[in-house]
Write a protein that binds this ligand. Structure first.
Ligand code: NAD
Length: 328
């Protein structure tokens, strides 16, 4: 049985790790952000529900990239008790469909892909918006995603050191190991000190209140706010969005479930002031306009990012000597 005769390709988590490196994820995510801004790719409304069991949030992120002919859905969510069972709290699977027939083409593990595509998203924002002479990388958060974020960010500028804050400082040890592995000195600091020192800051927490205040941030800094992906979550002071140039993956998500939701609700930021990063990639927006401007990327996470990296995994698996194909 092969795919041509109706089989479904299965790509395991392990295969995804082997097949989708940071560079491939960066290229796929950047291309799909550009396609979204051109109107060639669309995300469909997100479903995310508390299921009333295991304290879990479960849902779907779906979309169609007409330029790349990638149609599919990522299904999964957040199970907060998983870490006590030796599993990551985020669990997901991507389903890819044939856009010509609707037939299921591939089942792709989504856990590693979620981390690598989220890191690629903030990395694209750093590549496009951070000052070229950025030297200090700040990290707010040290959970599962943070190490992926650090690795991808470190490749975008010639950083000289990392300063990091986490609610539980013990958890910073793992990030410190990653920094050491990539040859960057690492320092634990207060959130205020991260703001005062960092040229680029990534926030990747599950916080529901501001962790960074507007007047802590250096002129010319770039922030990638990646943790806020649900109504009510919040990582930074809304006043920071009022004084920054704000970019996002998808404006509709940014102003409803992203970091911008709070500044927009408070009347500090107009929805029309939030720019899709795709406009910068496509050359329609200049991005950073001066060395002193603060730029902020509100990375809410869109289904098309998941589909883009799942497509990279599926193509790689198909090209391998023994693709795993099943009949359903
Ligand atoms: P995790 O559970 O492994 O880590 C959570 C992190 O948030 C830890 O650093 C923890 O200390 C911190 N934290 C939790 N509550 C906090 C609070 N009240 N104040 C300050 N810090 C707090 O989670 P993860 O997988 O690393 O994901 C981190 C966040 O990123 C989650 O909120 C997740 O939903 C979000 N996320 C976003 C995207 C995206 O595309 N934007 C993708 C994946 C995950």
């Amino acid at each position: 049985m092969d795919e041509a005769s109706g089989g479904v390709l299965v790509v395991s988590e392990e295969d995804c790790q082997r097949l989708v490196g940071r560079l491939a994820a960066f290229a796929a995510v950047e291309a799909v952000f550009a396609a979204m801004e051109r109107g060639d790719a669309h995300n469909f409304p997100v479903v995310r529900e508390a299921i009333g069991h295991a304290d879990a949030l479960y849902g779907f992120k779906s979309g169609f990239d007409r330029a790349g002919l990638v149609l599919g859905v990522k299904s999964g969510g957040y199970w907060p008790g998983n870490s006590t069972k030796g599993l990551t709290n985020h669990q997901s699977t991507v389903f890819l469909f044939d856009p010509d027939t609707g037939r299921l083409k591939a089942l792709v593990g989504g856990n590693y892909l979620t981390a690598v595509r989220t890191a690629a998203s903030s990395a694209v924002s750093i590549a496009r918006l951070a000052r070229k002479d950025a030297k200090v990388l700040g990290m707010i958060g040290a959970g599962h995603q943070a190490a992926f974020q650090l690795r991808a960010a470190a490749e975008q500028r010639a950083f000289e050191r990392v300063v990091a804050w986490n609610r539980r400082s013990e958890a910073l040890a793992r990030l410190a190991e990653v920094a050491e592995e990539i040859g960057l000195p690492f320092e634990s600091a207060s959130a205020e000190a991260v703001g005062a020192q960092a040229d680029v800051i990534i926030t990747i927490t599950s916080a529901f209140e501001p962790l960074l205040m507007a007047d802590w941030i250096k002129p010319g800094a770039h922030l990638a706010c990646m943790g806020t992906d649900t109504k009510g979550k919040q990582e930074v002071d809304p006043a920071l969005l009022a004084k920054a140039r704000v970019f996002t993956d998808e404006v509709a998500q940014s102003v409803t479930i992203g970091e911008a939701q709070h500044a927009v609700a408070a009347g500090l930021l107009a929805e029309s002031a939030v720019m899709p990063i795709g406009a910068v990639i496509n050359g329609a927006d200049p991005g950073r306009r001066s060395a002193d401007e603060i730029t902020l990327f509100d990375g809410t996470g869109v289904g098309l990012q998941d589909l883009a990296v799942a497509d990279v995994a599926a193509r790689g698996a198909r090209a391998s000597t023994r693709p795993q194909v099943v009949t359903i």
